[in-house]
Write a protein that binds this ligand. Structure first.
Ligand code: 26Q
Length: 820
């Protein structure tokens, strides 16, 4: 069924097997008779890597030879997950590998399971970057990703006595998917002083001297496209002491400790991913990471451009750089510095090049997530950059003043420097001023940024600078890889696997909504996926769940704005309701499994309390003999990409219930619907567009609308808000000690009942409960439910990251695919 493209893959299973055996015997230096699953994974990966490398080299050569415009995607996070399965599928050789591995005595799933996730990201923003790499390669765009090679990715989460415990994620022991480029290094400068002199023409020359040097070393990760030889590059930088190992001068003079300390200080820069999601809580090390990565990447990009011997004015014709949130905003300043201080361009010419090159994607309106850095910190770490930021601001404010004279308050509001104590650099404003396009990630979100945080900037720059590109997901990983049986069934009805490259072809499924045989197979696949998840739950938590129950899933980072507390309060309400019923009545209720998963930032105390409450509810409910299968409450440990691939295909209903106006887009909502699950959600982020595409009848919407949120919040602060009966009963149960020590959960209750209930949990509670009641009723009618699922999948074509990347390419990057 599968087209093998001409470049890579294997001739047949024997060809593949020979390669595996060769790698076991030579690369790994082991006997094939003493080959365990781990060695088989290593060797099989290396066999695929060899194929990938060939395509990769050809792709890079072609991009250089044709001198085509490239897009550089700068992201501090790439949440890639596993690479082996993805490589097999994208090269169209999974069946071959499966047969070959079977002959060697292995089940392919076991071999896939050997791989450690590459978890260089927190959540949505990092996974979006990974989906974009997949789409950019698949669509044959000349694209590179630039990121940091963290020694430790996002921490591993363990649950001990109901509490989250963080364990370091050391993932680099054996990683066949990266290529160290010890010859590709860049010296990165920190601290030091700036001196200014005049040249013979009276022009001021700034020199940044002194300070420390840290070395950036490149590690390259090939990122293959699906059914195409295009294989792009993800370049990750690792930090090293500039002197190589340690300072021998110091060492020989007996100062061994400090020579090692210097080395360690340098290596600290790329040591660990900051585990905050939607929260700006970085210190000096975070800015160091940002500058280290941005400076190395720009040096690399400029070096490549200079080889073409083109004029500087052609830079934006050859290069587009996309900033994934404000984390790489210093790139704007760094490119301006390179052009004026090193290459000798005039300010205006340089600034034109800079602003034509950059695009900026905003992922949040939450005030606590908007990046700001103290002026003093930047002054100390990057003295020349602070001067340039001040100059950018000066020229910008001058232009504002010319167009809007005598509006001092406007100048104060839009200044890149916030005149607070201490003064702060507003990174989002700097990103807007230094880019030619600014986009949000879903329609509502893009409207909101233009009317709230960037309102004044829209007035100044005009509406055309601001645009929307609704997020998308790659159907290769999130349908074909995660849910192979559903993918196969879809292929059988839509004319093969073409839909994986043009997701709008899913619309052909509408013809089969009433097809009995098709519906039966559809339901069987969902059930089988639920059995797999049930087994996983049994093996990890020891809890038996009934696969016939309604699986209700909320998996995402734990955050008050995402409102896992609303969900667990709802679960408690359900439990109390069931307890109050007679056994006969209870039997008539729709059985449910409430499944949670997600990490809390280690310093986010309230998020950790929420995890604790979920686990406490679970340990009571799951062993309550009165309740039995009617309700189970599960918290899955260490939610990550590879677990998402098991959980998402097994969901009947998933929860996307953020306070309206807080979730920029959400992308797991798209993954769940694409896998034949329905969703309960608020009118927020991409939920709104999902509703537009799949139809109101196929989604369970509830709650306050974003335009009403502000007013409602005000009524709270003026003390008029009351908690309704049902929610009060939930609080009483918690405070009565039903789920253990009530003091542990007091803050969660107080936030809603006694304080301002900022996230409007009490306002939305009743409609949330009522909507779940509707879900129960509708789930009873399985025929109707399945129709809704099929119709929804049929209408999800819009949410492919391929559509999304094409919009970026056309509307922001002005870049064309390179024909293969
Ligand atoms: C900032 C400063 C210091 C330390 C950490 C951070 C930081 C790190 C990660 C701030 C934010 C993030 C991540 C944000 C994120 O994942 N946002 C999500 O992006 C998705 C893709 O666009 C959206 O779908 C989600 O709605 C949005 O929450």
């Amino acid at each position: 069924a599968w087209t093998k493209h001409e470049f890579s893959g294997f001739k047949d299973k024997d060809d593949f097997e020979r390669e595996v055996v060769r790698h076991v015997e030579t690369t790994l230096a082991r006997s094939i008779y003493n080959c365990d699953e781990s060695a088989a994974y290593s060797a099989a990966s290396l066999a695929f890597r060899d194929r990938l490398v060939k395509d990769w080299n050809k792709t890079q050569q072609r991009q250089t030879f044709t001198d085509s415009k490239r897009i550089y995607y700068l992201s501090l996070e790439f949440l890639m997950g596993r690479a082996f399965d993805n490589a097999m599928l994208n090269l169209g050789a999974k069946d071959t590998a499966k047969e070959g591995l079977a002959e060697l005595g292995f089940r392919i799933e076991d071999i896939i399971g050997q791989e450690h996730d590459a978890a260089l990201g927190n959540g949505g923003l990092g996974r979006l970057a990974a989906c974009f790499l997949d789409s950019m390669a698949t669509l044959n765009y000349p694209a590179w990703g630039y990121g940091l090679r963290y020694r430790y990715g996002i921490f591993k989460q363990e649950i001990i006595d109901g509490y989250q415990v963080e364990v370091p994620d050391y993932w680099l022991d054996f990683n066949p998917w990266e290529f160290p480029r010890h010859d590709v290094t860049v010296d990165i400068q920190f601290f030091g002083q700036v001196s200014k002199t005049q040249d013979e023409n009276g022009k001021t020359i700034a020199k940044w001297e002194g300070g420390d040097i840290v070395k950036a070393v490149a590690y390259d990760v090939p990122t293959p496209g699906y059914d195409t030889p295009s294989t792009n590059n993800l370049r990750l930088w690792s930090s090293k002491a500039a002197s190589g190992e340690f300072d021998f001068q110091k060492f020989n003079s007996g100062d061994y400790e400090s020579s090692v300390a210097d080395q360690q200080r340098a290596e600290t820069i790329s040591a660990v991913l900051y585990p905050n999601d939607n929260l700006d809580r970085g210190k000096e090390l975070r800015v160091k990471q940002q500058y280290f990565w941005v400076a190395a990447s720009l040096y690399d990009i400029v070096r490549r451009f200079k080889k073409t011997k083109r004029k500087w004015s052609e830079f934006p014709d050859q290069i587009a750089i996309q900033l994934n949130d404000t984390h790489p905003t210093l790139a704007i300043v760094e490119l301006q510095r390179i052009l004026i201080d090193i290459e000798g361009l005039e300010w205006d010419e340089a600034w034109n090049i800079v602003t034509s090159t950059f695009g900026y994607t905003n992922h949040t309106v939450l005030p606590e997530a908007l990046e700001k850095w103290p002026v003093g910190l930047i002054q100390h770490l990057l003295p020349r950059h602070l001067q340039i930021i001040y100059d950018i601001n000066l020229f910008f404010l001058h232009s504002v003043e010319r167009r809007f004279p005598n509006d001092r308050d406007l100048l104060r509001r839009v200044s890149i420097i916030e005149e607070s104590q201490p003064k702060m650099v507003r990174m989002a404003f700097l990103a807007v001023v230094g880019s030619h396009k600014v986009n949000g990630v879903a329609e509502l979100h893009s409207d909101l940024i233009q009317t709230t945080i960037f309102k004044d900037l829209v007035t100044i720059f005009g509406e055309d600078k601001f645009t929307n590109v609704t997020n998308g997901i790659t159907p290769r990983r999130w349908l074909h890889q995660a849910n192979p049986r559903l993918s196969e069934l879809i292929a059988s009805k839509t004319g093969g696997y073409e839909f994986l490259k043009d997701l709008t072809l899913l619309n052909k499924l509408e013809l089969f909504v009433d097809d009995k045989e098709f519906r039966k197979e559809w339901a069987e696949i969902k059930y089988a996926n639920k059995v797999v998840l049930a087994k996983y739950i049994k093996s990890t938590l020891g809890v038996s769940v009934n696969p016939a129950a309604l699986f209700d899933v909320q998996v995402k980072r734990i955050h008050e704005y995402k409102r896992q507390q609303l969900n667990i309060f709802g679960v408690i309400h359900r439990y109390l309701t069931l307890k109050a019923m007679s056994p006969e009545e209870r039997k008539k209720q729709q059985p449910r499994v409430s499944i949670f998963g997600g990490k809390a930032a280690p310093g986010y105390w309230m998020a950790k309390q929420i995890i604790h409450l979920i686990n406490s509810v679970g340990s009571l409910v799951n062993k309550d003999a009165d309740i039995g299968d009617a309700l189970k409450v599960i918290f899955l440990e260490d939610y990550n990409v590879s677990k998402a691939e098991i959980i998402i295909p097994a969901s009947d209903l998933s929860e996307h219930i953020s306070t309206a106006g807080t979730e920029a887009s959400g992308t797991s909502n798209m993954k769940f619907v694409l896998n034949g699950g329905l969703i309960i959600g608020t009118c927020d982020g991409a939920n709104i567009e999902i509703t537009r595409e799949i139809g109101q009848d196929n989604i369970f919407l509830f709650g306050t609308l974003s335009e009403d949120v502000e007013d409602l919040r005000h009524t709270h602060t003026y003390g008029e808000h009351t908690v309704d009966q049902d929610l009060a009963k939930v609080f009483d149960a918690i405070q009565g000690g039903m789920f253990g020590e009530p003091n542990d959960f007091q803050a969660m209750i107080s936030a809603v009942r006694d304080h301002s209930d900022y996230y409007l949990v009490s306002d939305d509670f009743q409609s949330y409960i009522d909507t779940h009641k509707m879900v129960d009723e509708e789930y009873q009618n399985q025929e109707e439910w399945i129709s809704k699922c099929i119709r929804s999948v049929a209408r999800m074509g819009f949410f492919s990251s391929d559509r999304c990347i094409n919009e970026y390419a056309e509307g922001i990057w002005n870049i064309e695919p390179l024909a293969v």
